[in-house]
Design a protein around this ligand. Structure first.
Ligand SMILES: [Zn+2]
Length: 269
């Protein structure tokens, strides 16, 4: 009997250390952060940033089953301006960098499940490779083409934001160069896509908490800046409270991790 109780306490202790099941349910704007969809290449040291198509499909079905409504950047803006209300349970699905597999593997699943997604593009990498990565730790991948971007945008299921010109580490650049990365990518993306770019994600999350850098982001005209800080930001969101938080989806996440992320804003320590 005592053994059983002690065992139960021990198990509960292990569970609470591993899982944040005890955290209160968080409401707000859960924002999922993806990078690459598919099987990771052999030898990848960033394998956890790859989510298989099967897992991605499962996760998009979870959103449907739990009655989340996926939204686009323009819909955040519409809600903010009072043009239309935010859905009761909104979710933002975001992808960083703009890999070709977002079109090849993720877009068909977005279409199949009727889910909307938002992709942060690195302007100069489009139609090329993710050459900011050290190829010895992660083989270079093909990036999206402008034709693929146009097709996704036409579908009404995908919108785009900026992730700078060259995947810049904004915390390390002189401010003038950081300003150029922000302003130039916004202008070029708007020219190519014919839409206002209201969303911005900090490459590496760098600079998100540096007031001077963040001021440049606002001055460039971005309305929503996204960090890689784990959590769920409240909605309506006060830009003065800091950049929007996100939920990193890892390739080795279980369905339970995903559920905890969505409801508690945190899956693991
Ligand atoms: Zn990135």
């Amino acid at each position: 009997m005592i053994d059983a109780i002690v065992g139960g306490v021990a198990i509960a202790g292990v569970l609470s250390a591993r899982w944040n099941w005890w955290r209160p349910t968080t409401q707000g704007l859960p924002t999922l952060m993806y990078h690459k969809i598919g099987e990771h290449p052999p030898g990848s040291k960033l394998a956890k940033l790859w989510v298989t198509a099967q897992d991605f499909l499962r996760q998009m079905n979870y959103l449907k089953r739990h009655e989340y409504t996926s939204v686009l950047f323009s819909e955040l803006r519409d809600a903010e301006l009072g043009r239309r209300p935010m859905p009761e349970r909104p979710v933002l699905v975001t992808f960083d960098d703009g890999y070709a597999n977002n079109y090849e593997a993720a877009f068909p699943i977005l279409a199949e499940t009727g889910t909307k997604g938002n992709i942060f593009l690195v302007y100069e990498a489009m139609e090329r490779h993710n050459s900011w990565h050290d190829p010895s730790s992660e083989p270079w991948m093909r990036m999206l083409t402008w034709a693929q971007n146009a097709e996704m945008q036409r579908s009404g299921l995908v919108e785009f934001g900026s992730h700078t010109m060259r995947h810049a580490d904004l915390a390390r650049l002189p401010l003038e160069e950081a300003r150029w990365e922000l302003n130039e990518s916004k202008k070029r993306l708007e020219d190519k896509l014919g839409r206002e770019m209201v969303g911005f994600a900090y490459p590496y999350g760098a600079g998100a908490l540096v007031p001077e850098v963040r001021r440049l982001v606002r001055e460039a005209g971005y309305r929503y800046d996204f960090s890689i800080r784990q959590g769920i930001s409240p909605w309506p969101w006060d830009p003065g409270s800091g950049p929007l938080k996100r939920l990193l989806v890892r390739g080795d996440d279980t369905g339970f991790d995903f559920h905890l992320n969505m409801t508690r804003g945190k899956a693991r320590f």
